[in-house]
Design a protein around this ligand. Sequence first.
Ligand code: HEC
Ligand code: HEC
Length: 219
Amino acid sequence: MFVAIGLIGATVLAITAARTIPTNTDEKESVVVPETRPSASNGKAIYDEHCLKCHGETGSGEGEDAKKFKNEMKDFNDQTFMRKESPAKFFDKVKKGDKPMPAFEEDLTDQEMWDVVFYVWTFQNKDDLLAQGRQSYDEKCTKCHGASGDGKGPEAGDLEEEPTDFTDLKHMLSNTSNDMFEAITDGEKDEGMPAFKKKLSKGEIWNVVNHIWTFVYED
Ligand code: HEC
Ligand code: HEC
């Protein structure tokens, strides 16, 4: 069953504040939570067939067909750009297009669009940095958020608020790296989320953020 993010309604939006509110009304209508976790490797096959000719092999917009509008293309490796985007925003762009970016709603299923969005998401990853992120997570976060990211760590029951479930697609698809970075850096004291700015460097926090995204999709 597909559930429109827009229909989750006021409760979720109120609890999670600005973090999960999609940026425009149309997007809320088009963004549907996938039934199964998106698969980046399925997404790669779709990307190679439909997207590579413009966005290019490396995702920097160097494709043959994009020569005419080179300066409108974003580089998916550019972290400053990617960190303020959400998977839901990308999904909306792929589904509905935005000239000269074509719409794919006729050619691809919703699940395929999520797969390709998460393949695009992986351009930010560097294997060694991801491994570091995983290490920090395993050392400092699992006791509350759980080893699999499901929010059910051994100390979760002692807290006022439930630790965020990073496998919850509804929540994560509208999340951004910037928002997670901020939550980890400064903490959310009233809710029981500690601040890590004195325990992890900025670089280490970014690596943890990238590791958290891996709870959302399959390789
Ligand atoms: C004909 C060339 C072309 C093809 C094919 C194409 N795109 Fe795009 N795409 C663009 C252009 C140009 C933009 C920037 C325009 C804009 O954002 O309004 C863009 C923007 C995007 C964005 C948003 C980034 C931003 O600029 O905010 C995403 C995500 C995206 N494309 C993904 C895809 C995926 C996934 C596919 C394949 C399923 C695909 N595109 C196929 C040309 C293309
Ligand atoms: C003592 C338990 C505890 C520890 C340890 C902990 N967290 Fe949390 N975390 C929480 C709780 C509880 C929340 C939920 C706060 C809320 O409801 O707003 C949370 C929220 C978050 C959020 C905000 C999620 C969102 O998108 O809304 C992020 C990101 C996060 N934690 C990451 C981490 C990372 C990374 C670590 C390890 C470096 C970590 N947490 C360690 C308890 C913890």
